[in-house]
Design a binder for this molecule. Structure first.
Ligand code: ADP
Ligand code: MG
Ligand code: MG
Length: 485
Protein backbone atom coordinates (compact mmCIF):
# COMPACT_ATOMS: atom_id res chain seq x y z
CA UNK A 1 0.00 0.00 0.00
CA UNK A 2 1.43 3.33 -0.99
CA UNK A 3 2.11 6.06 1.46
CA UNK A 4 2.10 9.46 -0.21
CA UNK A 5 5.87 9.43 -0.76
CA UNK A 6 8.45 6.63 -0.80
CA UNK A 7 9.91 6.02 2.65
CA UNK A 8 12.34 6.58 4.22
CA UNK A 9 12.59 10.24 3.30
CA UNK A 10 15.97 11.73 2.48
CA UNK A 11 17.58 13.24 5.57
CA UNK A 12 17.35 16.77 4.21
CA UNK A 13 13.68 16.42 3.24
CA UNK A 14 12.82 14.96 6.61
CA UNK A 15 14.56 17.76 8.47
CA UNK A 16 12.82 20.37 6.31
CA UNK A 17 9.38 18.84 6.87
CA UNK A 18 9.89 18.52 10.61
CA UNK A 19 10.84 22.15 10.80
CA UNK A 20 7.81 23.20 8.76
CA UNK A 21 5.53 20.95 10.82
CA UNK A 22 6.74 22.34 14.15
CA UNK A 23 5.95 25.95 13.35
CA UNK A 24 2.68 25.14 11.60
CA UNK A 25 1.55 23.04 14.58
CA UNK A 26 2.30 25.78 17.10
CA UNK A 27 0.67 28.52 15.07
CA UNK A 28 -2.43 26.36 14.46
CA UNK A 29 -2.84 25.12 18.01
CA UNK A 30 -1.98 21.47 17.45
CA UNK A 31 -0.95 21.60 21.05
CA UNK A 32 -1.35 19.73 24.32
CA UNK A 33 -0.49 20.63 27.88
CA UNK A 34 1.87 18.51 29.98
CA UNK A 35 1.64 17.90 33.72
CA UNK A 36 3.92 20.87 34.42
CA UNK A 37 1.45 23.12 32.55
CA UNK A 38 3.84 23.47 29.61
CA UNK A 39 2.54 23.62 26.05
CA UNK A 40 3.88 21.06 23.60
CA UNK A 41 3.11 20.12 20.04
CA UNK A 42 0.81 17.07 20.24
CA UNK A 43 2.48 13.89 19.02
CA UNK A 44 1.43 13.26 15.46
CA UNK A 45 2.41 11.42 12.33
CA UNK A 46 4.24 13.46 9.74
CA UNK A 47 2.43 12.16 6.68
CA UNK A 48 -1.24 11.32 6.16
CA UNK A 49 -2.13 7.70 6.95
CA UNK A 50 -3.51 5.75 4.04
CA UNK A 51 -7.07 4.54 4.48
CA UNK A 52 -8.75 2.47 1.82
CA UNK A 53 -11.22 4.82 0.22
CA UNK A 54 -14.02 2.28 -0.12
CA UNK A 55 -13.87 1.50 3.59
CA UNK A 56 -13.80 5.18 4.47
CA UNK A 57 -16.93 5.75 2.38
CA UNK A 58 -18.64 2.85 4.13
CA UNK A 59 -17.82 4.39 7.51
CA UNK A 60 -19.34 7.69 6.37
CA UNK A 61 -22.40 6.02 4.89
CA UNK A 62 -23.21 4.05 8.03
CA UNK A 63 -22.67 7.02 10.37
CA UNK A 64 -26.25 8.29 10.57
CA UNK A 65 -27.59 4.72 10.82
CA UNK A 66 -25.52 4.15 13.94
CA UNK A 67 -26.61 7.50 15.37
CA UNK A 68 -30.25 6.57 14.92
CA UNK A 69 -29.68 3.11 16.38
CA UNK A 70 -28.01 4.43 19.54
CA UNK A 71 -30.59 7.19 19.93
CA UNK A 72 -33.38 4.62 19.89
CA UNK A 73 -31.57 2.13 22.11
CA UNK A 74 -30.88 4.88 24.65
CA UNK A 75 -34.61 5.52 24.83
CA UNK A 76 -35.57 1.87 25.34
CA UNK A 77 -35.52 1.47 29.10
CA UNK A 78 -36.35 -2.25 29.08
CA UNK A 79 -33.60 -3.06 26.62
CA UNK A 80 -30.96 -1.12 28.58
CA UNK A 81 -32.10 -2.71 31.84
CA UNK A 82 -31.89 -6.25 30.45
CA UNK A 83 -28.65 -5.66 28.55
CA UNK A 84 -26.91 -4.19 31.58
CA UNK A 85 -28.40 -6.42 34.29
CA UNK A 86 -25.37 -8.67 34.77
CA UNK A 87 -23.01 -5.68 34.70
CA UNK A 88 -25.02 -3.70 37.26
CA UNK A 89 -24.74 -6.59 39.71
CA UNK A 90 -20.95 -6.30 39.92
CA UNK A 91 -19.80 -2.94 38.53
CA UNK A 92 -20.47 -0.13 40.96
CA UNK A 93 -19.60 2.63 38.46
CA UNK A 94 -22.16 1.56 35.85
CA UNK A 95 -24.60 0.93 38.70
CA UNK A 96 -24.08 4.49 39.91
CA UNK A 97 -25.00 5.82 36.47
CA UNK A 98 -27.97 3.49 36.30
CA UNK A 99 -29.27 4.69 39.67
CA UNK A 100 -29.30 8.24 38.34
CA UNK A 101 -31.33 7.05 35.36
CA UNK A 102 -33.83 5.23 37.59
CA UNK A 103 -34.16 8.21 39.89
CA UNK A 104 -34.91 10.78 37.20
CA UNK A 105 -37.18 8.36 35.41
CA UNK A 106 -39.23 7.86 38.56
CA UNK A 107 -39.32 11.57 39.32
CA UNK A 108 -40.30 12.47 35.75
CA UNK A 109 -37.83 13.53 33.10
CA UNK A 110 -37.74 17.33 32.84
CA UNK A 111 -35.89 17.57 29.52
CA UNK A 112 -36.87 15.12 26.79
CA UNK A 113 -34.17 16.33 24.37
CA UNK A 114 -30.78 14.64 24.38
CA UNK A 115 -27.72 15.96 22.57
CA UNK A 116 -25.23 13.32 21.47
CA UNK A 117 -21.83 14.37 20.15
CA UNK A 118 -20.63 10.97 19.07
CA UNK A 119 -17.79 9.18 17.35
CA UNK A 120 -17.97 5.73 15.85
CA UNK A 121 -14.51 4.12 15.70
CA UNK A 122 -13.38 1.51 13.19
CA UNK A 123 -10.36 -0.40 12.04
CA UNK A 124 -9.86 -1.57 8.49
CA UNK A 125 -9.31 -5.28 8.95
CA UNK A 126 -6.96 -6.94 6.54
CA UNK A 127 -6.68 -10.59 5.68
CA UNK A 128 -3.00 -11.03 6.52
CA UNK A 129 -3.04 -14.63 5.37
CA UNK A 130 -3.53 -13.62 1.75
CA UNK A 131 -0.15 -13.94 0.05
CA UNK A 132 -1.17 -11.81 -2.95
CA UNK A 133 -0.91 -8.73 -0.83
CA UNK A 134 2.83 -8.38 -0.43
CA UNK A 135 2.66 -9.18 3.20
CA UNK A 136 5.69 -10.31 5.08
CA UNK A 137 5.55 -11.07 8.76
CA UNK A 138 2.20 -9.36 8.96
CA UNK A 139 3.47 -6.07 7.59
CA UNK A 140 2.06 -4.79 4.33
CA UNK A 141 4.72 -3.74 1.89
CA UNK A 142 4.34 0.02 1.74
CA UNK A 143 4.87 0.10 -1.97
CA UNK A 144 2.73 -2.91 -2.77
CA UNK A 145 -0.90 -2.96 -3.77
CA UNK A 146 -3.63 -3.86 -1.38
CA UNK A 147 -6.54 -5.61 -2.89
CA UNK A 148 -9.44 -3.92 -1.12
CA UNK A 149 -11.62 -7.00 -1.41
CA UNK A 150 -9.43 -8.51 1.32
CA UNK A 151 -10.28 -5.71 3.69
CA UNK A 152 -13.32 -5.05 5.86
CA UNK A 153 -14.53 -2.16 7.95
CA UNK A 154 -14.93 -3.29 11.56
CA UNK A 155 -16.38 -1.19 14.36
CA UNK A 156 -14.21 -0.97 17.47
CA UNK A 157 -16.67 1.03 19.55
CA UNK A 158 -19.28 3.79 19.52
CA UNK A 159 -18.58 6.72 21.85
CA UNK A 160 -21.50 8.58 23.40
CA UNK A 161 -19.71 10.81 25.92
CA UNK A 162 -16.78 13.25 25.87
CA UNK A 163 -15.68 12.37 22.35
CA UNK A 164 -12.50 14.37 22.07
CA UNK A 165 -9.88 15.22 19.47
CA UNK A 166 -12.24 17.01 17.07
CA UNK A 167 -10.20 20.20 17.48
CA UNK A 168 -6.80 18.62 17.03
CA UNK A 169 -7.89 16.42 14.13
CA UNK A 170 -9.17 19.51 12.32
CA UNK A 171 -5.75 21.14 12.73
CA UNK A 172 -3.72 18.07 11.79
CA UNK A 173 -5.72 17.82 8.57
CA UNK A 174 -4.55 21.35 7.75
CA UNK A 175 -0.97 20.43 8.69
CA UNK A 176 -0.90 17.46 6.31
CA UNK A 177 -2.36 19.51 3.51
CA UNK A 178 0.27 22.17 4.06
CA UNK A 179 3.15 19.66 4.14
CA UNK A 180 1.87 17.98 0.97
CA UNK A 181 1.89 21.38 -0.70
CA UNK A 182 5.39 22.11 0.60
CA UNK A 183 6.52 18.84 -1.00
CA UNK A 184 4.67 19.83 -4.18
CA UNK A 185 2.78 16.55 -4.14
CA UNK A 186 -0.24 15.98 -6.31
CA UNK A 187 -2.40 14.38 -3.64
CA UNK A 188 -5.96 15.19 -2.75
CA UNK A 189 -6.60 15.22 0.95
CA UNK A 190 -10.11 15.27 2.28
CA UNK A 191 -11.53 18.38 3.85
CA UNK A 192 -12.02 17.76 7.54
CA UNK A 193 -13.65 20.05 10.06
CA UNK A 194 -15.21 17.95 12.83
CA UNK A 195 -14.73 20.71 15.38
CA UNK A 196 -17.15 22.97 13.58
CA UNK A 197 -19.59 20.12 12.91
CA UNK A 198 -19.70 19.03 16.54
CA UNK A 199 -19.90 22.65 17.75
CA UNK A 200 -23.02 23.10 15.64
CA UNK A 201 -24.68 20.44 17.81
CA UNK A 202 -24.10 22.63 20.85
CA UNK A 203 -25.41 25.69 19.01
CA UNK A 204 -28.56 23.86 17.88
CA UNK A 205 -29.19 22.51 21.38
CA UNK A 206 -28.83 26.00 22.85
CA UNK A 207 -31.38 27.26 20.31
CA UNK A 208 -33.75 24.41 21.18
CA UNK A 209 -33.54 25.37 24.84
CA UNK A 210 -34.99 28.67 23.71
CA UNK A 211 -33.63 31.23 26.15
CA UNK A 212 -31.26 33.83 24.71
CA UNK A 213 -29.88 34.51 28.19
CA UNK A 214 -29.10 30.87 28.98
CA UNK A 215 -25.45 29.80 29.15
CA UNK A 216 -23.71 26.62 28.04
CA UNK A 217 -21.68 24.84 30.73
CA UNK A 218 -18.67 22.72 29.76
CA UNK A 219 -18.01 20.28 32.59
CA UNK A 220 -14.26 19.73 32.39
CA UNK A 221 -11.54 18.12 34.43
CA UNK A 222 -8.23 19.59 35.21
CA UNK A 223 -5.37 19.16 34.65
CA UNK A 224 -6.11 17.69 31.26
CA UNK A 225 -3.54 17.40 28.46
CA UNK A 226 -6.38 17.90 25.97
CA UNK A 227 -7.27 21.35 27.28
CA UNK A 228 -6.58 23.02 23.92
CA UNK A 229 -8.59 20.43 22.02
CA UNK A 230 -11.54 21.39 24.21
CA UNK A 231 -10.78 25.08 23.69
CA UNK A 232 -11.02 24.50 19.96
CA UNK A 233 -14.60 23.32 20.46
CA UNK A 234 -15.37 26.32 22.63
CA UNK A 235 -13.99 28.71 20.00
CA UNK A 236 -15.86 26.87 17.24
CA UNK A 237 -19.14 27.51 19.13
CA UNK A 238 -18.12 31.16 19.42
CA UNK A 239 -17.40 31.34 15.66
CA UNK A 240 -20.87 29.97 14.91
CA UNK A 241 -22.72 32.13 17.40
CA UNK A 242 -20.85 34.69 19.46
CA UNK A 243 -23.90 35.38 21.64
CA UNK A 244 -23.57 31.99 23.33
CA UNK A 245 -21.78 32.35 26.63
CA UNK A 246 -19.79 29.29 27.71
CA UNK A 247 -18.83 28.68 31.32
CA UNK A 248 -16.19 25.99 31.87
CA UNK A 249 -16.05 24.41 35.30
CA UNK A 250 -15.33 21.11 36.99
CA UNK A 251 -17.98 18.78 38.31
CA UNK A 252 -16.85 19.89 41.79
CA UNK A 253 -17.59 23.52 40.90
CA UNK A 254 -21.01 22.41 39.68
CA UNK A 255 -21.99 21.47 43.24
CA UNK A 256 -22.83 25.19 43.64
CA UNK A 257 -25.37 24.99 40.82
CA UNK A 258 -28.91 25.60 42.01
CA UNK A 259 -31.89 23.58 40.86
CA UNK A 260 -35.16 25.51 41.18
CA UNK A 261 -38.56 23.95 41.97
CA UNK A 262 -39.46 24.08 38.29
CA UNK A 263 -36.18 22.28 37.50
CA UNK A 264 -34.30 25.15 35.97
CA UNK A 265 -30.56 24.91 36.58
CA UNK A 266 -28.65 28.04 37.58
CA UNK A 267 -24.89 28.43 37.70
CA UNK A 268 -23.40 31.70 38.93
CA UNK A 269 -26.90 33.23 38.67
CA UNK A 270 -27.17 32.34 35.01
CA UNK A 271 -29.75 29.89 33.71
CA UNK A 272 -28.05 26.88 32.11
CA UNK A 273 -29.43 25.79 28.74
CA UNK A 274 -26.91 23.10 27.79
CA UNK A 275 -24.50 21.01 29.86
CA UNK A 276 -21.68 19.51 27.80
CA UNK A 277 -19.82 16.76 29.67
CA UNK A 278 -16.17 16.54 28.88
CA UNK A 279 -15.79 14.83 32.24
CA UNK A 280 -17.78 12.25 34.28
CA UNK A 281 -17.29 9.45 31.75
CA UNK A 282 -14.95 7.58 34.06
CA UNK A 283 -14.97 6.46 37.72
CA UNK A 284 -11.86 8.52 38.41
CA UNK A 285 -13.94 11.67 37.95
CA UNK A 286 -16.28 10.57 40.76
CA UNK A 287 -14.05 11.28 43.70
CA UNK A 288 -16.78 11.68 46.32
CA UNK A 289 -20.47 11.12 46.97
CA UNK A 290 -20.97 14.81 46.40
CA UNK A 291 -19.93 14.35 42.76
CA UNK A 292 -22.61 11.71 42.31
CA UNK A 293 -25.16 14.06 43.87
CA UNK A 294 -24.08 16.86 41.55
CA UNK A 295 -24.34 14.63 38.50
CA UNK A 296 -27.85 13.58 39.62
CA UNK A 297 -28.88 17.20 40.12
CA UNK A 298 -27.79 18.12 36.61
CA UNK A 299 -29.71 15.14 35.21
CA UNK A 300 -32.84 16.26 37.05
CA UNK A 301 -32.72 19.67 35.42
CA UNK A 302 -34.33 21.09 32.31
CA UNK A 303 -30.92 21.81 30.81
CA UNK A 304 -30.18 19.81 27.68
CA UNK A 305 -27.46 17.34 28.56
CA UNK A 306 -24.71 16.23 26.18
CA UNK A 307 -25.25 13.41 26.80
CA UNK A 308 -28.10 12.55 29.13
CA UNK A 309 -27.56 9.60 31.44
CA UNK A 310 -29.35 7.00 29.31
CA UNK A 311 -27.48 8.04 26.17
CA UNK A 312 -24.25 7.69 28.14
CA UNK A 313 -25.32 4.19 29.25
CA UNK A 314 -26.13 3.19 25.68
CA UNK A 315 -22.44 3.67 24.87
CA UNK A 316 -21.27 0.90 27.21
CA UNK A 317 -19.34 -2.01 25.76
CA UNK A 318 -22.04 -4.36 27.08
CA UNK A 319 -24.74 -2.65 25.04
CA UNK A 320 -22.50 -2.79 21.98
CA UNK A 321 -22.11 -6.54 22.48
CA UNK A 322 -25.88 -7.04 22.95
CA UNK A 323 -26.55 -5.19 19.69
CA UNK A 324 -24.64 -7.85 17.74
CA UNK A 325 -27.17 -10.52 18.76
CA UNK A 326 -29.55 -11.67 16.02
CA UNK A 327 -32.63 -9.51 15.54
CA UNK A 328 -31.63 -6.66 17.85
CA UNK A 329 -30.63 -4.03 15.27
CA UNK A 330 -33.74 -4.92 13.28
CA UNK A 331 -35.92 -3.97 16.24
CA UNK A 332 -34.79 -0.35 15.94
CA UNK A 333 -33.86 0.17 12.30
CA UNK A 334 -36.56 -0.45 9.74
CA UNK A 335 -34.60 0.12 6.51
CA UNK A 336 -33.05 -3.27 5.59
CA UNK A 337 -30.16 -1.57 3.76
CA UNK A 338 -29.30 0.38 6.88
CA UNK A 339 -29.45 -2.80 8.95
CA UNK A 340 -27.09 -4.41 6.47
CA UNK A 341 -24.68 -1.44 6.58
CA UNK A 342 -24.61 -1.60 10.38
CA UNK A 343 -24.26 -5.36 10.69
CA UNK A 344 -21.47 -5.54 8.12
CA UNK A 345 -19.21 -3.65 10.54
CA UNK A 346 -19.76 -5.91 13.55
CA UNK A 347 -16.90 -7.99 14.91
CA UNK A 348 -17.87 -11.06 16.94
CA UNK A 349 -18.62 -10.35 20.55
CA UNK A 350 -19.56 -12.54 23.50
CA UNK A 351 -20.86 -11.92 26.97
CA UNK A 352 -19.16 -13.50 29.97
CA UNK A 353 -22.31 -14.18 31.91
CA UNK A 354 -22.78 -17.38 33.86
CA UNK A 355 -24.60 -19.17 31.07
CA UNK A 356 -23.64 -21.38 28.17
CA UNK A 357 -22.50 -18.52 25.92
CA UNK A 358 -20.48 -17.05 28.75
CA UNK A 359 -18.86 -20.38 29.56
CA UNK A 360 -17.90 -20.86 25.92
CA UNK A 361 -16.49 -17.35 25.72
CA UNK A 362 -14.50 -17.96 28.87
CA UNK A 363 -12.97 -21.07 27.36
CA UNK A 364 -12.21 -19.28 24.09
CA UNK A 365 -10.54 -16.39 25.88
CA UNK A 366 -8.34 -18.70 27.95
CA UNK A 367 -7.43 -21.01 25.07
CA UNK A 368 -6.91 -18.39 22.35
CA UNK A 369 -6.25 -15.05 24.05
CA UNK A 370 -4.41 -13.66 20.99
CA UNK A 371 -7.67 -13.76 19.08
CA UNK A 372 -9.58 -11.44 21.43
CA UNK A 373 -9.76 -8.24 23.42
CA UNK A 374 -11.35 -8.34 26.87
CA UNK A 375 -13.25 -5.16 27.71
CA UNK A 376 -14.70 -3.81 30.94
CA UNK A 377 -17.36 -1.06 31.00
CA UNK A 378 -14.94 1.84 30.80
CA UNK A 379 -14.09 4.74 28.52
CA UNK A 380 -11.04 6.70 27.59
CA UNK A 381 -8.53 3.99 26.73
CA UNK A 382 -6.10 1.89 28.71
CA UNK A 383 -8.72 -0.34 30.31
CA UNK A 384 -8.75 -3.38 28.02
CA UNK A 385 -6.90 -6.69 28.33
CA UNK A 386 -4.87 -8.34 25.55
CA UNK A 387 -3.00 -11.63 25.07
CA UNK A 388 -1.78 -13.41 28.19
CA UNK A 389 -3.42 -10.82 30.43
CA UNK A 390 -6.78 -12.10 29.19
CA UNK A 391 -5.82 -15.65 30.05
CA UNK A 392 -4.58 -14.67 33.47
CA UNK A 393 -7.60 -12.58 34.36
CA UNK A 394 -10.20 -15.01 33.07
CA UNK A 395 -8.53 -17.93 34.84
CA UNK A 396 -8.65 -15.95 38.07
CA UNK A 397 -12.29 -14.86 37.86
CA UNK A 398 -13.85 -17.78 36.02
CA UNK A 399 -15.89 -18.93 39.01
CA UNK A 400 -16.75 -15.46 40.24
CA UNK A 401 -19.58 -13.05 39.37
CA UNK A 402 -16.82 -10.56 38.53
CA UNK A 403 -16.60 -11.97 35.03
CA UNK A 404 -20.02 -10.66 34.02
CA UNK A 405 -18.78 -7.06 33.82
CA UNK A 406 -16.61 -7.85 30.78
CA UNK A 407 -17.27 -8.58 27.13
CA UNK A 408 -14.98 -10.61 24.91
CA UNK A 409 -14.47 -9.15 21.45
CA UNK A 410 -12.80 -10.67 18.45
CA UNK A 411 -9.45 -8.95 17.94
CA UNK A 412 -9.36 -6.96 14.73
CA UNK A 413 -6.12 -7.17 12.74
CA UNK A 414 -5.77 -3.91 10.88
CA UNK A 415 -3.69 -2.92 7.89
CA UNK A 416 -0.11 -1.99 8.64
CA UNK A 417 1.85 0.84 7.03
CA UNK A 418 4.92 2.94 7.74
CA UNK A 419 4.98 6.52 8.88
CA UNK A 420 7.08 8.96 10.87
CA UNK A 421 5.97 9.63 14.42
CA UNK A 422 6.85 13.01 15.85
CA UNK A 423 6.82 12.57 19.61
CA UNK A 424 5.96 15.21 22.15
CA UNK A 425 9.65 15.39 23.13
CA UNK A 426 10.35 16.22 19.43
CA UNK A 427 12.13 12.92 18.72
CA UNK A 428 11.16 11.22 15.47
CA UNK A 429 10.90 7.58 14.47
CA UNK A 430 9.89 5.70 11.34
CA UNK A 431 7.49 3.02 12.60
CA UNK A 432 5.11 0.31 11.47
CA UNK A 433 1.71 1.68 12.35
CA UNK A 434 -1.97 0.82 12.51
CA UNK A 435 -4.82 3.29 12.36
CA UNK A 436 -8.25 3.64 13.83
CA UNK A 437 -10.77 5.68 11.84
CA UNK A 438 -13.35 7.62 13.85
CA UNK A 439 -16.38 9.30 12.31
CA UNK A 440 -17.87 12.20 14.26
CA UNK A 441 -21.54 13.02 14.33
CA UNK A 442 -24.31 14.83 16.13
CA UNK A 443 -27.59 13.18 17.10
CA UNK A 444 -30.20 15.22 18.89
CA UNK A 445 -33.78 14.29 19.64
CA UNK A 446 -36.53 13.31 22.03
CA UNK A 447 -37.60 9.68 22.62
CA UNK A 448 -40.10 10.03 19.74
CA UNK A 449 -38.38 12.38 17.34
CA UNK A 450 -34.95 12.92 15.84
CA UNK A 451 -34.23 16.63 15.51
CA UNK A 452 -30.68 16.52 14.14
CA UNK A 453 -28.59 13.66 12.77
CA UNK A 454 -25.27 14.45 11.09
CA UNK A 455 -21.94 12.98 10.07
CA UNK A 456 -19.35 15.70 10.44
CA UNK A 457 -15.77 14.64 9.88
CA UNK A 458 -13.16 12.17 10.92
CA UNK A 459 -10.24 11.32 13.14
CA UNK A 460 -7.48 8.93 12.25
CA UNK A 461 -5.71 7.79 15.36
CA UNK A 462 -2.47 5.99 14.67
CA UNK A 463 -0.59 3.65 16.97
CA UNK A 464 2.63 1.75 16.52
CA UNK A 465 2.28 -1.86 15.55
CA UNK A 466 2.67 -4.50 18.18
CA UNK A 467 1.71 -2.28 21.05
CA UNK A 468 -1.47 -2.94 22.90
CA UNK A 469 -3.55 0.08 23.61
CA UNK A 470 -1.83 0.96 26.89
CA UNK A 471 1.46 1.52 25.16
CA UNK A 472 -0.27 2.94 22.12
CA UNK A 473 -1.87 5.58 24.33
CA UNK A 474 1.45 7.36 24.61
CA UNK A 475 1.59 7.76 20.92
CA UNK A 476 -1.92 8.87 20.31
CA UNK A 477 -1.99 10.42 17.02
CA UNK A 478 -4.37 12.24 15.00
CA UNK A 479 -4.18 12.22 11.39
CA UNK A 480 -5.91 12.40 8.14
CA UNK A 481 -7.13 10.48 5.23
CA UNK A 482 -5.58 10.19 1.89
CA UNK A 483 -8.26 10.18 -0.73
CA UNK A 484 -6.82 7.42 -2.86
CA UNK A 485 -4.57 4.59 -1.82
P1 ADP B 1 -12.19 3.01 24.93
O1 ADP B 1 -13.60 3.44 25.17
O2 ADP B 1 -11.42 2.85 26.18
O3 ADP B 1 -11.50 3.86 23.91
P2 ADP B 1 -12.03 0.91 22.90
O4 ADP B 1 -13.07 -0.11 22.64
O5 ADP B 1 -11.89 1.96 21.87
O6 ADP B 1 -12.31 1.53 24.34
O7 ADP B 1 -10.65 0.21 23.11
C1 ADP B 1 -9.46 0.92 23.31
C2 ADP B 1 -8.40 0.50 22.31
O8 ADP B 1 -8.18 -0.92 22.36
C3 ADP B 1 -8.76 0.78 20.87
O9 ADP B 1 -8.46 2.10 20.52
C4 ADP B 1 -7.90 -0.24 20.13
O10 ADP B 1 -6.55 0.20 20.05
C5 ADP B 1 -7.95 -1.43 21.06
N1 ADP B 1 -9.08 -2.32 20.69
C6 ADP B 1 -10.34 -2.29 21.19
N2 ADP B 1 -11.11 -3.24 20.62
C7 ADP B 1 -10.33 -3.89 19.75
C8 ADP B 1 -10.52 -5.00 18.87
N3 ADP B 1 -11.70 -5.63 18.79
N4 ADP B 1 -9.46 -5.42 18.12
C9 ADP B 1 -8.25 -4.80 18.20
N5 ADP B 1 -7.99 -3.77 19.02
C10 ADP B 1 -9.01 -3.30 19.80
MG1 MG C 1 -14.66 4.89 24.05
MG1 MG D 1 -11.86 3.98 21.92
Amino acid sequence: MDTIVPLPLETGTLAFLLDQAKDFAIVHGLVICDTADQQQVASHVLLPSPIIRKRYIEAVEVAKDFNELYHKVANDYNFLRDALKSVLAVDSFTKGLWNIYETVRNEGIAQPINLGIVRSDYMVEYDHKDSQNNVENGVADVNGDVNDSNTRLRQVEYNTIATGAAGLSTQVAKLHRYLASEMELEVKLLENNPVSGTASGIVEAWQMYGNERAVVVFVIYSPNPQVYDRRWLEYAVYELNSRIKIISCTIHDMSEAVLTKDKKLFMKDREVGVVYFRSVGSPRHFTSNEVWETRLNIERSMAIKCPNINFQLSGTKKVQQELTKPGVVERYIKDPNAVQRIRATFAQQFNLEQNEEGDNALRLGIEKPEGFVLKPQREGGGNNFFGDDIKELLSKIKDSDERTQYVLMERIRPLVFKNYVVWEDKSVALCDMVSELGIYGVIMGTPDRIIMNTECGHLVRTKTLGTNEEKGRRFIDIDEIKQHV
